[in-house]
Design a protein around this ligand. Structure first.
Ligand code: ZN
Ligand code: ZN
Length: 413
């Protein structure tokens, strides 16, 4: 532990040192003005060395002041109060790593800056960085958790002006794949738009428009285990509410503000899979960036479409269906989604298309299509808005249709 003596060989620096001492600062605040000089010591130790040096220089004895003009004795008293408050705030939160952030504004910031103006010191450390480090050390001692700069479980923000501490808990991100066996279930919780979830006559007081959703079935055991109140669900696309999904669709469920992080995912899988409606597999913890990949990956899907036509099927027209894989499918935004999406033309291709007759008026189609193709409209034609379409090629109107996703081509499964 050595303060680089050559810094004080400069008369300019000696002058600055004496000037700062005259202001009445604690050893931390004094040492911090040369905080970047010399290794292996705290600013407080640095400050004491500097104070002794100055006393030798002037032959006087300037002691640490009762009250530091800069930090108002934060490093002597305030720091312990803050540390105690933090320990209280994180009690009950399961975490392994933490980060301290400090907000310095207003008076304290002005004081710091005016000191720099006077001294123009080059080796200063900011008060914010010293608080982060020193409080961090105390919290490490008190909680036995690790300070972590890159990816902490909790971030603790000390607001020096408001004199408050805020704790941000990092969400848990859990990746998996799901199947949906029942029609009529949306992928995400569908909050009633009229009452915003409060409950009204329109939603019969429940605050949502569907009894359950893939999200709710998956989140239930996870929220309980993580002691969290809500989740956000991110799927790699979504099937229609009235379509089943027998393929495995990737998703990330985000568990917001979890009090517990050590969750046994195999056990969660078993609990979710007790549902007859939704199954999951391959649950694993991931980082947030996986969501963006999930949203941008363009994945082919294969569907089975069961169709009942209005009239008897004319087999002579089957040869017309070849057009569907030969030409790109041009789709004007379907009538059924036009109220929530811009009306524009979409161009997608069908990679495989096969069919079989299952009755006088009934057929089953198997379609492998590029991501984003509207399958229902490929069959019905959507009043001519999708071209080509099976209905026009077979010269027969569609009476009824049901849809299953049977494969999601994610590569490895
Ligand atoms: Zn101070
Ligand atoms: Zn409502």
């Amino acid at each position: 532990m050595k303060f680089p003596a050559k810094i004080l060989e400069e008369s300019d620096n000696r002058k600055k040192l004496l000037e700062i001492l005259k202001l009445g600062v604690c050893s931390n605040c004094l040492g911090r003005q040369w905080g970047m000089a010399g290794h292996g010591m705290t600013n407080a130790e640095r400050g004491e060395i500097l104070r002794e040096y100055a006393n030798k220089l002037t032959g006087s004895e300037v002691k640490e002041p009762e009250n530091c003009v800069l930090c108002n004795n934060f490093f002597k008293d305030g720091i312990n109060k803050i540390a105690d408050e933090i320990v209280k705030k994180v009690r009950g939160i399961e975490f392994a790593t933490f980060l301290i952030g400090t907000v310095v504004r207003g008076e304290l910031e002005r004081k710091q800056e005016s000191m720099w103006e006077k001294t123009g010191i080059e080796d200063v450390e900011t008060i914010k960085s010293e608080i982060n480090r020193e409080v961090g050390k105390k919290i490490e001692q008190l909680t036995r958790k690790k300070f972590n700069l890159m990816n902490p479980d909790v971030t603790i923000v000390i607001d020096m002006n408001m004199n408050v501490v805020r704790v941000h808990i990092k969400s848990l991100y859990i990746y998996g794949k799901y199947q949906k066996f029942e029609r009529g279930i949306p992928q995400t919780k569908w909050i009633c738009t009229r009452c915003n979830g409060k409950g009204c006559t329109f939603c019969k007081g429940v605050g949502k428009l569907y009894k359950t959703s893939v999200q709710e079935i998956i989140e239930t055991p996870l929220l309980k285990a993580a002691e969290s109140k809500n989740s956000a669900f991110h799927g790699a696309g979504r099937e229609d509410i009235d379509a089943r999904n027998l393929g495995w669709r990737p998703f990330v469920i985000e568990i917001v503000k979890p009090l517990k992080r050590k969750i046994k995912l195999r056990e969660m899988e078993r609990k979710i899979n007790k549902s007859k409606k939704v199954n999951v597999r391959g649950l694993k913890f991931v980082e947030k960036n996986v969501i963006r990949k999930l949203k941008t990956d363009r994945i082919d899907k294969t569907y089975i479409v069961d169709v009942e036509f209005k009239n008897k099927i004319d087999k002579k027209l089957f040869k017309n269906l070849k057009t569907i894989t030969k030409e790109p499918i041009m789709q004007q935004t379907p009538l059924r989604v036009r109220h929530r999406r811009a009306d524009k033309m979409r161009k997608r291709s069908v990679k495989r298309f096969s069919y079989k007759i299952v009755g006088n008026k009934k057929m089953q189609f198997k379609v492998r299509a590029e991501s984003g193709l509207y399958i229902k409209e490929l069959i019905t034609g959507d009043e001519g808005r999708t071209q080509p379409n099976a209905s026009e090629l077979l010269e027969n109107k569609v009476k009824k249709l049901s849809l299953d996703v049977i494969k999601i081509w994610t590569g490895k499964d």
